[in-house]
Design a protein around this ligand. Structure first.
Ligand SMILES: [Zn+2]
Length: 136
């Protein structure tokens, strides 16, 4: 093996290691039910002061808070109804763990009593192998 080849191989290994260390943020769905979704930027979720609410990642054990984003989809205006009124904005919500990148996307809707319901529409499994839990 020549020096140049060894150098190139070392450089490739270095770049591969850099690439592996970079978190790959899973892509959010661009549409659902034929409706285009506009996503906001990821932001840090709110840390709940309520200790009975788990704000961390249940998959890898990262203490959190999880990253959070919202998406909106505006249905097309029905031909017979020319008014903008009555167009219901659909809201979506996505949660992502900053450590293992596990991402879950929900369609949020309200039932007939006005209660908010979540329906999972997309899931990205973790990109890294969960670290073994340390005994405490
Ligand atoms: Zn995680």
């Amino acid at each position: 093996m020549s020096d140049t080849e060894a150098q190139l191989r070392a450089r490739i290994a270095e770049l591969e290691a850099q690439l592996a260390a970079q978190p790959v943020i899973p892509a959010l769905p661009e549409e659902h039910d034929g409706q285009h979704i506009d996503w906001r930027l990821w932001e840090e979720g709110i840390v709940s002061l309520c200790s009975n609410l788990d704000t961390g990642c249940t998959t890898c054990g990262h203490p959190g808070p999880l990253m959070l984003t919202f998406g909106f989809a505006l249905p097309a205006v029905e031909p017979r109804r020319r008014s903008e009124r009555g167009r219901k904005i659909r809201r979506f919500r996505a949660f992502r763990c900053r450590a293992c990148q596990e991402t879950t996307v929900y369609d949020t809707r309200h039932d007939e009593y006005g209660r908010q319901e979540y329906e999972e529409i997309a899931y990205h499994p973790p990109r890294t192998i969960p670290a073994p839990q340390e005994a405490s």
